[in-house]
Design a protein around this ligand. Sequence first.
Ligand SMILES: Cc1cc2nc3c(=O)[nH]c(=O)nc-3n(C[C@H](O)[C@H](O)[C@H](O)COP(=O)(O)OP(=O)(O)OC[C@H]3O[C@@H](n4cnc5c(N)ncnc54)[C@H](O)[C@@H]3O)c2cc1C
Length: 291
Amino acid sequence: MLKWFLDYERFAHEKSFDMARHSSIGCGGVAQIAFCPQSVAELTALLDKLRADNIKYHVLGNMTNVLPPDKGTENAIIRMKNLNGIVIKDGAFVYAGVTAATLLRTAKHCGKSGAEFLNGVPCTLGGALFMNAGAGGKYISEIVENVLVYRAGRTALIPVTQCDYAYKHSVFMENGDVIIGGTLRLQDADEKNIEEREAYYAQRRAHLPKGRSMGCVFKNPECGTAGDFIERSGLKGLRVGGAVVSTAHANFIINENNASASDIRSLITIIKNAVFAQYGVKLEEEIRYLD
Ligand SMILES: Cc1cc2nc3c(=O)[nH]c(=O)nc-3n(C[C@H](O)[C@H](O)[C@H](O)COP(=O)(O)OP(=O)(O)OC[C@H]3O[C@@H](n4cnc5c(N)ncnc54)[C@H](O)[C@@H]3O)c2cc1C
């Protein structure tokens, strides 16, 4: 156990956090410590202390778009799952740890519509605001008003115009802000209407592969879809160790049989090289590597 843990006993935490068990891809070693702040005050006190002690950390939501390393990590993990409140008035202030499923259930209960495109996306709101999650042609950036962050030792409310949102991009990828929550614009709607919209977006996802994955591994290049280039390169079904390029959707890598993170990285390298060699297209990862 590292000495610095002793100073952190007062923060809610779990030692020896098994990243394979908690990540959707089911890979990765053990993180020495994972904090699970119970309140914004606890989160900001923890971040103040980690910054003062110069300790590196990863802030994580549901771990559905990350590839943890096989060797584990000495960096601290901060899990946002306990910051899970929602305040609905005209719009909704949603804390970072709220899952899309909980957001939709609560919004429907309050007669609010606008986030149904997230139906079935296995994200937390923090992860969605960071990644600019989208589905069915809609992106979360289209319904965000502002994002509450911890930035350089203080909290700040960032208007959406300063979030630099673009396809699979946000300013938070560049600046290290920790997302505490965000205000979403939602409209009044009746339950039947909301359920129809949820069903529409659920049906659009029906073809997505089952099994352990990170969703789409690559961003779509401007000239087409990543899945199409991978499929046309003849890579569907390609295996490295326990990892396989999905035969249902070529932009998904499935952990079929105890794949290691290094199996998945090897497959990613093979895919990038093959698509570049055949089409001159440089695929870029959408997934995020943890170190
Ligand atoms: C089966 C499957 C289907 C998917 N379908 C879709 C889809 O339709 N559309 C889509 O866009 N994505 C999809 N994804 C990918 C993924 O769900 C999204 O990218 C989602 O937004 C990630 O949310 P998360 O809470 O899991 O974030 P994590 O995977 O935990 O984190 C992702 C990144 O966000 C950062 N982060 C997370 N929370 C915070 C925070 N509070 N503050 C600062 N940084 C933070 C992390 O450090 C990391 O870099 C899918 C994934 C799977 C496994």
